[in-house]
Design a protein around this ligand. Structure first.
Ligand SMILES: [Fe+2]
Ligand SMILES: [Fe+2]
Length: 337
């Protein structure tokens, strides 16, 4: 691994996929070569959830009273008068509880992702370079899920994560892996891109980050660079071959998926709102009616949106939908009421 000058924190290594950009399919490298390179990268640069995270190091111990778990003042909820008026121990618990919830939702998303990737791989012909890459990605996601669940366990919070209707929707997504892989990979990007964006923003922010959280995020963003790269190039390679009906379905369903996925990683769950008695007015102030939050959501989705434009999926009808869902300026409505 080659350290670079990028400032995502001590020990962070900029992934090769990121240094080379995501334009590997243009010019020097074709799609099959790119997939082979990503597979090779998975062999030479991968992490183990237990070998590469010093869970039992005293420095890595989780203390719910640790002020490093507090939400910073520039966080949407962290900046509200309600949050700042809470006792320090409660502020840090809310921050830790939110982080643990994001980890739980992250591993549930990765569970759907792994099942969908298995479905996708089952439909591939012999000799497909994507088969090997897909299995590398499934293995990496399994390591991520081990990390995330270990983190959740060590916080001591009992977190359900997704609610019943979200789990029901997730079951439908798994089948897309074989039946409609282009839509499945839009779902993949809708989950992975916002998580990646949030983690990179935190690592770059300069705020005091607990070393355990920093290590988990460094590992995650390094491997996610490959996953994002593959999903984008898969879509570039295959979307143009779709018939008009499937293209239409992709154009309409992409913003709907994004509108559901992004808030999961960018707002407190219902469990947290209830557990800490966060008033509705505070949720409105911090999220629903906060232009800063809505701008951040759009920023987190910016790369997926640009890809959809590039793929010709933002037709006039689809664009109107993006706007109504609050995913495109000018803002017409909030994401959720
Ligand atoms: Fe992951
Ligand atoms: Fe991933």
């Amino acid at each position: 691994m080659t350290p670079t000058g990028a400032s995502l924190g001590a020990g962070y290594v900029v992934p090769e996929e990121e240094r080379r950009g995501f334009a590997g399919g243009t010019g020097e490298e074709n799609y099959a070569e790119l997939v082979a390179r990503l597979s090779h990268q998975s062999v030479v640069k991968h992490f183990d959830a237990y070998a590469d995270v010093p869970w039992d190091d005293p420095e890595f111990r989780i203390d719910p009273d640790d002020p490093r778990w507090e939400l910073p003042p520039d966080d949407e909820l962290g900046g509200t008068a309600w949050y700042r008026s809470q006792a320090p121990g409660l502020r840090s618990r809310i921050g830790l509880h939110m982080m643990a919830t994001f980890m739980k939702i992250g591993l549930q998303f990765e569970g759907v992702l792994k099942e969908g990737l298995l479905e996708f791989a089952l439909g591939l012909p012999n000799g497909s370079p994507e088969f090997r890459y897909t299995y590398h990605e499934i293995i990496e996601e399994a390591q991520h899920s081990l990390m995330f669940q270990e983190f959740v366990n060590r916080t001591g919070f009992d977190i359900p994560g997704l609610v019943w209707w979200q789990r029901l929707g997730a079951r439908q997504v798994v089948r897309l892996g074989r039946r409609f892989p282009e839509l499945f990979f839009i779902f993949v990007l809708a989950g992975e891109d916002p998580i990646d964006h949030v983690q990179r923003t935190m690592l770059r922010s300069g705020q005091a980050i607990h070393p355990l959280l920093r290590r988990i995020m460094q590992i995650h963003v390094t491997e996610e660079a490959r996953h994002l790269c593959f999903a984008r190039h898969y879509l570039r390679e295959h979307t143009e071959r779709l018939g008009p009906l499937r293209r239409f379905a992709l154009a309409i369903r992409a913003p709907l998926i994004l509108a559901v996925m992004a808030p999961l990683m960018m707002r407190p769950s219902g469990q947290i709102v209830r557990a800490y008695g966060i008033p509705r007015a505070v949720i409105r102030e911090a999220y629903t009616r906060n232009p800063v939050h809505l701008t951040r959501v759009r920023e987190a989705l910016c790369k997926v949106r640009e890809l959809c434009i590039e793929l010709g999926l933002v037709t006039p009808v689809a664009r109107r939908l993006w706007q109504v869902l609050g995913l495109w300026e000018p803002l017409s409505l909030g994401l959720t009421a």
